[in-house]
Design a binder for this molecule. Structure first.
Ligand SMILES: Nc1ncnc2c1ncn2[C@@H]1O[C@H](COP(=O)(O)OP(=O)(O)OP(=O)(O)O)[C@@H](O)[C@H]1O
Ligand SMILES: [Mg+2]
Length: 315
């Protein structure tokens, strides 16, 4: 089956003074139809930037993005708008992503209006169906976002993302701002939707347990680049990169109920800046196995077993 999304050597840099901050630095991956790629990594590693750049909400500096066989970096204007129907995003903070002056119904109908889809009557029906799908009572159609709880707001965000029948959704920490139990309900909803509509996700999260549950394969990002990518069972069962191992080791065995999700505890050693990356491996300053070669040569991200990629001189 041809992949739905193919990303090759993607780069996104931000100017920082007279230098460049390499937020996404040579990232390659693919996602098949109906497949979910989980994306984990510490704060600032470039996960959101990657998600936005793939959707061309940010312009890449370099690399290829092929969606459904189309090179979307070449698209402009109407063509880009067309393809955007099939690529959506769900944000961490649902309230901030909703217009406070629009009712729930208007918010969900909005993408249909923008894309000129259906009559008013047809759109109203579509909105009702979307409310059903995401588990919001139809009677709330004229409510405003601030009248809703965080979980309900996120359901609206999901309904909005679904309105145009997308094939691919970037989920950027969609449950990180929610209490654990509410977040778990949203995670099950996302799981159900992916099955029902054969959706592909790029699922960004700090929560390794959630990522394990939702993903088919998982990528680990460090300072703008992938250090490891593997099928889920392989990544959790046989992690090869010292950074991946450290992340997995830091997962608390018993998650505390009711609390917010924890970010990974800091590993030892200093994190270099994405503006001044060291020569060699970018994980060297925190790696307990560091060798001479790690300071000299940047390890190549290579496939060590089917679908299992890692960039480490140890492997
Ligand atoms: N619009 C921007 N302009 C300049 N720098 C940016 C911009 N967006 C992100 N960055 C920088 O790019 C790097 C990656 O940020 P990004 O938000 O993608 O990380 P993240 O992995 O999503 O982090 P978090 O887990 O905190 O959400 C950071 O150093 C950040 O400061
Ligand atoms: Mg982010």
């Amino acid at each position: 089956m041809p992949e739905l999304l193919l990303v090759k050597n993607l780069r996104k840099y931000f100017p920082r003074g007279r230098k460049l901050l390499r937020a996404v630095d040579n990232v390659s991956f693919s996602i098949d139809p109906g497949e979910t790629l989980g994306l984990v990594g510490e704060s600032g590693s470039g996960k959101s930037t990657l998600g936005r750049t793939v959707l061309r909400l940010l312009e890449p500096n370099d690399g290829e993005i092929i969606f459904d066989g189309i090179d979307i970096r070449r698209l402009k204007g109407d063509d880009l708008r067309q393809i955007r129907m099939f690529m959506q995003i769900i944000f961490q903070d649902p309230l901030a992503s909703l217009n406070p002056h629009m009712t729930i119904g208007q918010a969900i109908e909005d993408p249909l209006i923008i894309h000129n889809i259906g009559t008013k009557e047809q759109r109203r029906r579509a909105v009702m169906e979307l409310l059903d799908i995401v588990g919001i009572g139809r009677e709330f159609i004229d409510s405003f976002p601030h009248e809703f709880s965080g979980g309900q707001q996120q359901r609206v965000g999901i309904a909005r993302a679904l309105a145009l029948n997308p094939k691919f959704i970037v989920c950027d920490e969609p449950v990180s701002s929610l209490d654990v139990s509410i977040g778990a309900q949203i995670v099950s909803l996302l799981y159900e939707l992916k099955r029902q509509f054969k959706l592909s996700y790029l699922f960004i999260s700090h929560d390794l347990a959630v990522v394990k549950y939702l993903s088919d394969k998982v990528a680990v990002m460090y300072l703008g680049t992938f250090v490891e990518l593997a099928p889920k069972e392989e990544l959790y069962g046989n992690p090869l990169h010292p950074y991946t191992r450290a992340l997995l080791a830091s997962v608390p065995k018993m998650p505390k109920n009711g609390g917010r999700q924890r970010k990974f505890p800091a590993l030892k050693g200093e994190i270099p800046s994405s503006v001044d990356l060291p020569s060699g491996c970018r994980f060297q300053s925190r790696c307990e196995y560091v060798m001479d070669i790690c300071r000299r040569e940047e390890p190549i991200f290579r496939e060590v077993s089917p679908g299992h990629f890692v960039s480490c001189h140890l492997v």
